[in-house]
Design a protein around this ligand. Structure first.
Ligand code: OGA
Ligand code: MN
Length: 298
């Protein structure tokens, strides 16, 4: 018998929803992670834009370390939602850092509730995020599932003539537009504290820099208007495309369990959180966000 055992580092992959989401097994993020594993995950991530890792009971600093193996991390522009100890952690939570459920009308909570709208993370940046890694720490019993839309399949399902027409168009995105979508928040003097970000212009159709596949680039919570179209016409087109992309056949619905980690590729997906009883039930998710590799290109 051999005295030394060669450790098998290969990770298991189990598709969940088409070639869009999959569970990746054989990982323990609390133990040291070798570069070979990161390579394997990166390859699976290109194949399945939404990856699910189960039972990862890790600390914020372990999460940050894992996320940094894929690149540099963003610091979120909303100051109230950054973890005070670990600024790379964006706290997607109705529980504050003193462990109290936030008042539903409080400014930080109203901002967060805007994640219930469909969006793509940091679409308001000149170079939007490459991908996000979210750790589910406390999960409500009802609601709070996260929906992910396959923007590649949604694009491919459009008639060729429509693909040609929209691939010439550009969209203005801004962080301010997020706040304008909450009636209460936009009326307030205290809209929260955010780092200032200028309005940016992105193509409506983008090409994934690695897979080279084209996808719709929508983010309803930051999309102000279409640059080439008159306001109403632009809005109608954005609404139509959003309705198209969020049809059931393009959407994976994730029902969370404690210590799930989800990794999604922001270059070809968009997501939304389903409402839950945020007055009585706690939901704590910690996000790390990878800086994008390049400005989106048609
Ligand atoms: C996010 C987000 C998803 C969730 O973390 O980017 O939109 O399930 N939240 O809370
Ligand atoms: Mn998000």
């Amino acid at each position: 018998m051999k005295s030394s055992v060669v450790k098998d580092t290969s990770l298991g992959i189990k598709p969940i929803f088409r070639r869009f989401s999959a569970v990746i097994g054989g990982l323990d993020l609390s133990a040291p992670i070798n570069p070979e594993m990161i390579n394997q995950i990166t390859n699976y991530w290109l194949e399945y834009p939404v990856l699910v890792l189960k039972k990862q009971n890790i600390s914020d600093s372990q999460q940050v370390k894992f996320a940094k193996s894929f690149g540099e991390l963003e610091i979120h522009p909303s100051i109230a939602h950054r973890s005070s100890k670990t600024p790379e952690i964006y706290r997607v939570s109705n529980v504050d850092e003193n462990n109290q459920i936030m008042k539903p009308k409080s400014t930080p909570w109203q901002y967060l509730e805007l994640t219930w709208l469909w969006h793509t993370d940091s679409s308001f940046r000149e170079i939007p995020s490459l991908g996000s890694i979210l750790h589910g720490i406390e999960i409500p019993t009802n609601g709070g599932d996260t929906l992910f839309a396959d923007m590649t399949k949604a694009y491919e399902a459009l008639p060729k003539s429509e693909q040609r027409r929209i691939s010439k168009l550009h969209v203005f995105h801004s962080h301010d537009y997020i706040i304008s979508q909450s009636k209460e928040l936009s009326k307030r003097d205290n809209k929260g504290q955010y780092e200032a970000l200028p309005r940016v212009k992105h193509p409506l159709v983008r090409r994934h820099p690695i897979t080279k596949k084209q996808s719709l680039f929508l983010s309803p919570h930051t999309m102000e208007s279409i640059a080439e179209l008159e306001e109403n016409e632009g809005r109608a087109l954005l609404d139509d495309l959003t309705n198209h992309a969020t049809q059931e056949q393009f959407v994976y619905r994730h029902k969370w369990e404690v210590d799930d980690i989800l990794m999604w590729d922001n270059r070809c997906t968009m997501h939304a959180v389903l409402p839950y009883d945020s007055v009585n039930h706690r939901r704590i998710m910690h996000r790390t966000t990878l800086v994008g590799d390049s400005a989106p290109k048609a």
